[in-house]
Ligand binder design. Sequence first.
Ligand SMILES: [Zn+2]
Length: 258
Amino acid sequence: MPAPATLSDNTIAQPSIAIIIDDLGEQWQAGKRVLALPGDITLAVLPFTHYGDRLVELAAQQGREVMLHAPMEPLSHPAWHEGLRRGMTQTELRDALAAMLEALPQARGVNNHMGSALTQERERMDWVMAELAGRGLYFIDSRTTPSSQALTSAQDHAIPSARRDVFLDNIRTEDAIEQQFRTLLRLARERGQAIAIGHPYPETLAFLERVLPQLGDLGVRLVPVSQLLHPLSEPASPPGGIAEQLRVESIPSAINSI
Ligand SMILES: [Zn+2]
């Protein structure tokens, strides 16, 4: 008589990865190419763009997960005037964020576009997270500076959240992207899960078109980023909790110029 099946017999814990493609909305052809990628790519769309609405509509038809890619003030652009800025009052910042979210009502979560200046400011991050908490949205820290306060602020507001582990394409060559992808797979195997952010560059899309059909052979699952949050945003995550137990926040981060 066979031993009774256990959870681990049925659900061999397969490492999970999420890939967010952000900066979407101004390029129609590149956006369509992202929508043609196989698997559960997560789309992060800039607000108030020419093609954002159409891309989000198509993404919704495909059942793909959509996020708001919220512009936040970086250190590298002194004349920055978009999105959320350090000089804003709490009311101004929350109104600006609300307008972005209302422009993208399909968004289930948010990650920061740029933001190396704003995300260092804990009080501003608390204003952001208070708004997201009230709307039941999740947050992914793009981690454009190692000094970002965004994730700890999100955690303190009990918002389902995580941070980007790997940028796929800071260097836009096939070799460099492949190397970053290998890092993503290694982290996922070590910890049970890992999150990448990439951009709709031709080099990145060509790489993903080639590699995504092979993920099954590589022994990893591509999931919407909402399945890799802590705390989880929904009960749809697979059982087992191994990924959560292995989850650590100690991976050294490349310092990015943005
Ligand atoms: Zn961006």
